[in-house]
Design a protein around this ligand. Sequence first.
Ligand code: SF4
Ligand code: ZN
Length: 323
Amino acid sequence: MKCSKCGKTAVYHARYTGRYYCKKHFNEMVEKKFKETVKKYRLIEKGERIAVGVSGGKDSVVLMHLLAKLREKFPFELVAITIDEGIAGYRPPSVEIAKRNAKKLGIEHRIYSFKEYIGFTLDETVEIMGSFEKGERVGACSYCGVWRRWLLNYAAMDVGADKLAVGHNLDDEVQMFLMNILRGDIARLGRTGPYYEEIHPELVPRIKPLREIPEKEIVLYAVLNNIEVDLSECPYAVEAFRAEIRDWINEMEEKHPGTKYQILRSYDKLFPLIAKTYTKKTSELNRCKICGQPTTGEICKACQFRLQVEKKAREKGLTFRVE
Ligand code: SF4
Ligand code: ZN
């Protein structure tokens, strides 16, 4: 097949528009979607300091490359943050990939580990808390997600960032939207949508400049541009519900190309209403009594989890770092 623009050999067919792309025009198309998302919602202003969360996986690494490229024409500061959850066999290689990419792009890179800032690696947490099947603990992803969110915010504050860019792609956004609809958790949808809401001075706003780009295009962009990414899967990734939703959306997209974009558009239209109704404002948020980060209750979820793990470790007489 030939590129719809220049007639050269096509490397990609976007079924949702019917267009074919050669390498050059594919790159242009991806970069344009990224830039337009940034521009449309003013996600980045000139001179701002942007922290980018980089796990080493395809989305975050491609995001770092696109941000580095944008910075050539539109001056802003960029700093990369990697969270090391402490997952043996999985995280160490991806941390190295994040490091190498940041070095190649000349971007300052900082690593924040669960071990240092929470007190336990994720592996230790799972070991301390016991069996998920027996109901002794929640799923590993619950600790991981809550702590990562907390540590990313801590890290973004620590590096003095104005905003935190995360690598959510179109598929992630659509899955997240439908999952929350199916669970009836509408409030969660008001936290971050197409643009960011200033919620609290100590909650660094999150931006998602890749949310208009399908996962497939991110993978291909990395491959075509020789970007080193980690494609391995976390050993704890067993979220069956998300996988079901993903498969269902992919099936719909296959039958009706453009479905993902249609769902995203629905989210975009609903977002202002949801954010207005559900987003907590500064005046409604407290500071966590332990760590000081904003929370709706007295102690934030990250600190609650940490206290639970510390307690269990003490009960079991385990000597992890417990203060
Ligand atoms: Fe953490 Fe779960 Fe993601 Fe693994 S799959 S990195 S445990 S959230
Ligand atoms: Zn706290």
